[in-house]
Design a protein around this ligand. Sequence first.
Ligand code: NOJ
Ligand code: CA
Length: 552
Amino acid sequence: MSLEATSDLWWKNAIVYCVDTQAFLDTNGDGVGDLDGLTQRIDYLAGLGVTCLWLMPIYPSPERDYGYDVADYYGVADKYGSLGDLVELVRTAKERGIRVIADLVVNHTSVDHPWFQMARQGHPIYRDFYVWADEKPPDADKGIIFPGKQESIWSYDRAAKRWYMHRFYPFQPDLNINNPLVRNEIHKVIGFWLELGLSGFRVDAVPFLIEQVSPGNPAVTDPHDYLRDLGDFMVRRRGDAMLLAEANEPADKLASYFGERGNQMDMLFSFITNQALYLSFVRGDATPVVDALRSLPPIPPQAQWANFIKNHDEASLDKLSDAEREEVFAAFAPKKSMRLFDRGIRRRFPTMVDGDRRRMELAYSLLFSLPGTPVLFYGEEIGLGDNLAMADREAVRLPMQWSDRPGGGFTTADEGDLPRPVLKDGPFGYPKLNVEEQRRDPGSFLNWTERAIRTRKEWPEFGWGTWMVVGTRNPAVLAHVATWDGSSVMAIHNFSDQPAKVSIQIPADARGTRWRHIFGAGDEEAPEISSDRLSCEMAPYGYHWYGRKEGV
Ligand code: NOJ
Ligand code: CA
């Protein structure tokens, strides 16, 4: 891969930061975070080392699913500001070398979207924008996404006097992707935001977007053709734009979402790695992660995995067996109120481990070194907690904690009067845990994260390299090596609460005597590194990164 390609294919080695605008910074005192707030904090993000900002939905929406129910694809909800504010944000970010991407939620619209309103009135064109049936389909209660909160994937509409399909909540009717007019509208939406300067999209619910809603339709032979069409359109409009897919699918299906450049998806979240990590953490055993990494299909050279520890949804454990899920629940979500949809955890990672700094460092050291591009959820850099008093997924979307001033530096509005209350009490409350405080403390998690990101960026081999998991002679320890252009990195992580002796055979293409320690904690003794073997004793939850560069 040439040097030009490394900047063209920027997502291969980006530091992505996902932000819920309404919870980040409120600049006009109405209690709601806004686009101006994001613009004001661009230097904070640049200082942290972020290179790509992912905006959760900011479109006009009745917000029955936190904005993932879009009522207008061409606007910004008033409470966030205007399209002008968005352009200011994108421009300011660009100045600091930060790209902006946004959620593209086109599997469904809100019922409030004018298309649906016209469709239910029988409009000759918009009617076919959605998926209808005269009778309730026999399997209507199968394939529910929000168990316990959603009863069916088909609902009756009184105005249309017909049933409409909704993979998610009834207020999120699925668009009929088989309709060329719908495809055309989606192209326009993509084109619009690219013109405003976005560098791509996080594409919501991709498997459902392409599910064959009308299997009888001869126009649809391979549902992935639609993703080819999307990718192709996007790079025609903007060659450096990227599509990052949410596709929580089994390992054997994942490869089918990647394509050549401009063809299907450039990135996929690795839910497989994420869920295995949770199991490894609770067992103190690296085996689940090792198996998960080895199960990942090979990907095209310009494609990339997106890794994460905790996203804006519940930490889904749906890919684990029932017994494994129970194991994770018992350790990380002992109370029922901490769980959601029978499959996930509605907490952030630091509260799952009671703020244990060693395990937080272990987790985020993995995030920044595992093969792929790291995706942070806002606040993870300070070890932000969660607010279980909030309903379902709002628990993890609490206001950012900037300082110990009233409102946590997030807002000047009255604390008792906030749509998303600030977290005040306990060790995770803003008086104790906030950016300002952590900035002052050289040993803070914020400063640790900044250093981790800086090191990750200085060693692009993590993102670009050909990687492999290597044996350590110790099941508690994961070691992986990535090599690119003659240089290599190696990361070793001890999942156990006990010290661990490891002996690693360095792969042939990464051998040499120039290895040096580049990042890590819990060093008992300096490791012994010979040309083909690294041996050391690691501290409980210890982690180390080593690197060797060609040339100087
Ligand atoms: C996935 C999003 O991450 C989630 O928050 C949302 O509820 C569903 N898609 C529906 O859009
Ligand atoms: Ca505001």
